[in-house]
Design a protein around this ligand. Structure first.
Ligand SMILES: NC(=O)c1ccc[n+]([C@@H]2O[C@H](COP(=O)([O-])OP(=O)(O)OC[C@H]3O[C@@H](n4cnc5c(N)ncnc54)[C@H](OP(=O)(O)O)[C@@H]3O)[C@@H](O)[C@H]2O)c1
Length: 313
């Protein structure tokens, strides 16, 4: 079967290739998935460029974490799943998973049935981003009526966070470039603010919670009031954390997404009500993985970039 392979650290065009490897065999509590589609994430390209682990995130020269496809074989202990089931997963994260291939072994606990409402490309595109959004909103404890500011409402995580927070009844305010405002409103944001416009940012006013999905970005000063909950998926230098806490924010909560099939099943249930729909920025065949990674590296992606491994599914 084909598998993506990195030859070392470096630019995608130089180090990404496809190799031929044996189809893996599922072990205890694992299944084999015939891969249909795999989402790409900033972590994929950051870790490829460096060719090393990032803290608990394990580097492998055979990449890929997101996956959607059909079950092709079931290991011992995973008999709750059947051959042919349509599934999606964030596989094994933060351990390596090698999903950018024709087949991938996935721990059964990371799987959920793919939403009937989504194509295979949509299901494969979003597990890491959707679980990040879900776990961030859980960390905030978002409830109906809360004002939540999402810094970066048009990216992979942000566009799903806007939809998931809207589904919980929150009043969502999101930042995005003007060309993306109509889309972000369609996803449910009540207010969409151009992040280049200092006056508009200054006019937002206090919020109950902030979700930071953009590197090196702080919420505007006037949005942080005593008790504002701040969750970041991009981390904050200690000096910036201290500054926000001085302004009255609750202690800052940085989160690292983890694989969780049960949470993906909750997201799938919402998807089937029509409350969450992935937006695909671009679809690329596995043979164009380097070009797909360059698109992610541009930093301009709206929604998700997905690699379609099996165009027939
Ligand atoms: N901690 C975790 O577990 C975790 C999980 C997932 C992702 N992450 C990290 O979170 C970050 C976001 O991930 P992602 O997948 O959402 O990224 P992404 O899809 O690549 O984000 C791209 C989007 O960000 C927008 N953007 C850029 N600068 C902005 C700004 N100053 N304000 C508002 N929007 C801005 C861009 O819009 P324009 O084109 O209009 O600028 C574009 O739509 C990455 O650093 C990623 O590594 C962390």
């Amino acid at each position: 079967m084909r598998s993506a392979k990195y030859s070392g650290a470096g630019p995608a065009a130089e180090v990404v290739s496809l190799i031929d490897v044996e189809v893996p065999v599922p072990g205890q509590d694992e299944v084999l998935v015939a891969v249909s589609a795999v989402g790409l994430n900033p972590v994929d390209v950051k870790i490829r460029a460096a060719a090393r682990d990032f803290g608990p995130i394990q580097y492998s020269d055979r990449p890929g974490w997101d996956v959607a496809g059909r079950i092709a074989a079931v290991g011992p202990g995973a008999e709750a799943w059947s051959i042919g089931d349509r599934v999606f997963a964030l596989a094994s994260f933060p351990a390596a998973a090698h999903t950018l291939a024709d087949y991938a072994v996935v721990p059964a606990g990371d799987l959920a049935a793919a939403p009937a409402a989504w194509s295979a490309a949509e299901a494969g595109a979003v597990p890491l981003a959707a679980l990040t959004a879900w776990q961030a909103l859980e960390a905030i404890g978002v409830v109906a009526g809360q004002r939540i500011l999402i810094l970066g409402g048009a990216g992979g995580v942000g566009h799903l966070a806007v939809q998931l927070a809207t589904a919980r009844g929150a009043h969502v305010i999101a930042t995005a470039s003007p060309a993306k405002h109509d889309l972000v409103r369609r996803w449910g944001a009540v207010e969409v603010i151009d992040y280049h416009d200092g006056d508009a940012l200054a006019a937002i006013g206090p919020v109950d919670a902030v979700l930071i999905t953009v590197d090196d970005t702080l919420p505007p000063r006037n949005t942080v009031a005593p008790g504002t909950a701040i969750v970041t998926i991009t981390g904050l230098p200690p000096a910036q954390q201290a500054e926000l806490e001085e302004w009255g924010a609750d202690p800052i909560r940085p989160i690292l997404v983890h694989a969780d099939g049960a949470q993906l099943a909750e997201i799938a249930a919402l998807a089937d009500t029509g409350a969450v729909t992935p937006h695909l920025d671009g679809r690329f065949p596995l043979t164009a993985l380097a070009v797909a990674q360059e698109r992610v590296e541009s930093g301009r992606v709206t929604g998700k970039v997905v690699v379609v491994v099996d165009p027939e599914d």
